[in-house]
Design a protein around this ligand. Structure first.
Ligand code: HEM
Length: 481
């Protein structure tokens, strides 16, 4: 029974929280191969609150849905994203995360700002992501997926993850800046950030601070890349301010945002930070989601056939439009189920600003708490056969004889049993964008192509910031029609 309301006085001491034994060599190897899987096993073995020894920080994995709901939504003001405790505090107007992402890349954009500043920016920017506006980008989503589709060669082995990275980057550069993948802007983004490893990841490692100070080529690449991105974004802001463009891209819309209380617009620096944030938040997650979706489809031929049948029936010989989305129910379910099994933003990490009680245990102030969509999405209480890829979970009217059919939509489930986009005040602002582009990309690519995984074994997982297949994912493209 969840006990989120226990007063701190009556809570069991932190020392009594189940804690895993220190890792042997075998477990260490397992952890390195798949950290999310290890965390899931910690929940299975130790229950909904696990204390994870991690350097000098107190770190807790919280996996009770009501507690998660409380941390992420109801009591979100008692928690903060500034897990390194480096920022000036949650109510400091100028607060942002003192990480390399916060300091050097995203600035005070939505992902890395905190406290009152974040709340104001979120309030101003939320309307930019209105469903109607995002629906206006539907034809771009389909056209870009079609461009990607034209690049595959029948029978050819290729790095599928790389293709999805390009596709997702294309979607976000087109909608944000109205430029193509061949543009200087896209090239700068492509080359600014070393993909696996590199400065943005080092920070998460114990030697990160040292590595970041060394005169390494990856550090120089990041510095140069950021300078290029800044030049390009500021030039585009200036162009928009001069009135060029049709005003439909997200950058133009950001420039029109007005604070109803003060009449103020966002400054160039604020627009820069939000634009770079959307660029970054919007392509790595989506490319991971599509890659995992096709990885799962690759070993589930029946699901693939059903997806192809729906796409053929709904679309025939044309590209999808936003109006097709209500009919692409199975495609939508495939994407949703891929996001369940491999949620790209696999950890929601917070710092407790005050003492807290979770399931009757005392969590001290300044602890790091992790609510992991990856772990929660595999809770067998709410996800029967959790490891099975079964899109029908999201289809209430599919097959009455199938116990998995529609269960994800049944009444009475915890609200956060499914949270690939997070929840509460920090919920993904791009959730509608992401679901729409994902379903349209799946439908468009699957019109012509079937993808066969080269390696049928388990995929190694890279899980530092987002969940990605480590080293990419090789597939062979087979033309369907
Ligand atoms: C499948 C794709 C995506 C997934 C799974 C995803 C997931 C998430 C999650 C879980 C969060 C909350 C993190 C937290 O609470 O700590 C988040 C935040 C955010 N996402 Fe996404 N995202 C996706 C795509 C996008 C896209 C396409 C955009 C923009 C175009 C975007 C922009 C953002 C921004 C700006 C935030 C920060 C919101 C805030 O704190 O106010 N995301 N995303």
């Amino acid at each position: 029974m969840t006990d989120v309301h226990t007063t701190p006085e009556s809570a069991a001491p932190t020392e009594s929280i189940p804690t895993p034994d220190s890792l042997g060599l075998k477990e260490m190897r397992e952890v390195i191969r798949n950290i999310p899987g290890y965390m899931s096993r910690l929940r299975d073995k130790h229950g909904p609150v696990v204390r994870i020894p991690m350097g000098k920080d107190e770190v807790f994995l919280l996996s009770d849905f009501d507690v998660v709901q409380d941390v992420i939504v109801a009591s979100s003001r008692r928690f903060d994203k500034d897990t390194k405790k480096t920022g000036p505090g949650p109510d400091d107007w100028s607060a942002n995360l003192e990480t390399i992402l916060g300091r050097n890349v995203l600035g005070k954009g939505l992902v890395t700002s905190v406290g009152t500043y974040h709340r104001r920016q979120r309030r101003l920017i939320q309307p930019v992501f209105h469903r109607k506006r995002i629906a206006g980008y539907g034809s771009s989503f389909a056209a870009i997926a079609e461009e990607a589709s034209e690049k595959f060669t029948d029978g050819e082995k290729f790095n599928f993850h790389e293709s999805m990275y390009e596709l997702a980057l294309g979607m976000v550069t087109r909608t944000l800046f109205d430029v193509s993948l061949e543009s200087e802007a896209a090239e700068s983004i492509r080359t600014a950030f070393p993909r696996e490893g590199g400065p943005l990841r080092w920070e998460l490692s114990p030697f990160g601070k040292i590595l970041l100070r060394l005169p390494l080529s990856a550090n120089r690449q990041l510095k140069r890349g950021l300078r290029n991105i800044d030049d390009i974004v500021y030039a585009m802001i200036e162009e928009r301010r001069q009135g060029s463009g049709d005003g439909a891209d997200l950058l133009s819309v950001l420039l029109t945002v007005t604070d109803a209380d003060t009449g103020e617009h966002l400054t160039d620096l604020e627009v820069r930070d939000e634009a770079v944030t959307l660029l970054m938040a919007g392509h790595e997650t989506s490319s991971g989601a599509l890659t995992w979706a096709y990885h799962l489809l690759g070993s589930n031929p029946e699901t693939r056939e059903r997806l192809h049948a729906e796409v053929d029936e709904v679309l025939g010989d044309r590209l999808p439009t936003v109006e097709d989305l209500p009919d692409l129910k199975y495609t939508d379910a495939v994407y949703s189920e891929a996001l369940r099994l491999y949620p790209p933003a696999w950890n929601l990490v917070r710092r407790s600003l005050e003492d807290y009680t979770a399931n009757g245990y005392h969590i001290p102030r300044n602890s790091v708490v992790i609510c992991s969509p990856y772990v929660l999405h595999r809770d067998p209480t709410w996800w029967p056969e959790p490891e099975r890829f079964a899109p029908q979970r999201f289809l209430p009217d599919s097959d009455p004889s199938d116990p998995l059919a529609g269960h994800a939509k049944e009444a009475g489930r915890p609200r956060l049993a499914y949270l690939p986009f997070g929840a509460g005040p920090r919920q993904c602002i791009g959730n509608v964008f992401a679901q729409m582009e994902g379903v349209m990309a799946l439908a468009t690519l699957s019109r012509h192509w079937d993808f066969e995984p080269v390696d049928k074994g388990p995929v190694r997982v890279a899980s530092d910031i987002t969940l990605q297949p480590r080293g990419g994912l090789e597939m062979v493209a087979h033309r369907r029609r």
